[in-house]
Design a binder for this molecule. Structure first.
Ligand SMILES: [Zn+2]
Length: 212
């Protein structure tokens, strides 16, 4: 898809604009079906409707940091066995994508792109030291299976479209990483930082009295 190009939904003909320089998923804002793209995913097998949850973020929320502001354009919600994670995709700096990951009111921001994890996969467990690079070692916090996926809006690079993969979270201080391990043992991860919602300074959010 092309940034700033408008795509007509093949199901309902609603017009949807792509805002990222690299879009892998674009979901129609009206009928919630996938708008297929030759370079992106052609289908989202086993995707579930987006459930109501208690997030105060929505598509169009803006995060205003001193150096940069960014706008939420889409999300993938992972239903894990014991919790959930919202991977909010945000557009900044004219088409770049980043992810803000939210779980029960805690936030982490991931500016760096998805990377392949090529080190020892057996270390990706709770309580283990997980080496990312010569100067970054994290401690595994938990491993959970992804049991459901829901998508809305526009996502930048995103390879995992079927539930059943494992999610590992590891952190040390503010540094944090989230690993996705698929059944064929391909491992992708994001490395970023935990951040408080005050510091993210969100605007255009859902007020508490708008919750249904
Ligand atoms: Zn549609």
């Amino acid at each position: 898809m092309q940034r700033n190009e408008v795509y007509s939904c093949p199901q309902c003909q609603a017009l949807n604009k792509a805002t990222l320089s690299q879009t892998s998923i674009l979901i129609c804002k009206s009928c919630k079906s996938l708008i297929p793209d030759p370079q992106g995913h052609q289908a989202l097998p086993d995707a579930s409707p987006m459930p109501e949850d208690w997030s105060f973020l929505k598509l169009g929320s803006v995060c205003d940091l001193p150096q940069q502001s960014f706008t939420i354009v889409g999300r993938c919600r992972l239903q894990l066995r014991n919790e959930y994670k919202n991977f909010w995709c945000a557009e900044y700096a004219s088409g770049k994508a980043l992810y803000v990951v939210e779980s029960f009111g805690s936030f982490a921001i991931f500016l760096s792109p998805w990377a392949d994890y090529t080190k020892n996969a057996s270390k990706l467990r709770a309580g283990k030291s997980i080496e990312i690079s010569s100067d970054v070692t994290l401690t595994g916090e938990y491993v959970e299976k992804c049991e459901g996926l829901s998508f809305e809006g526009e996502l930048g690079p995103w390879a995992f479209i079927k539930p059943g993969f494992f999610v590992v979270q590891a952190s040390t201080g503010p540094k944090t990483a989230i690993f996705f391990i698929d059944p064929k043992k391909n491992i992708d991860y994001l490395l970023g930082e935990k951040i408080t919602s005050d510091r993210l300074n969100f605007k255009n959010t859902i007020e508490w009295n708008e919750w249904k």
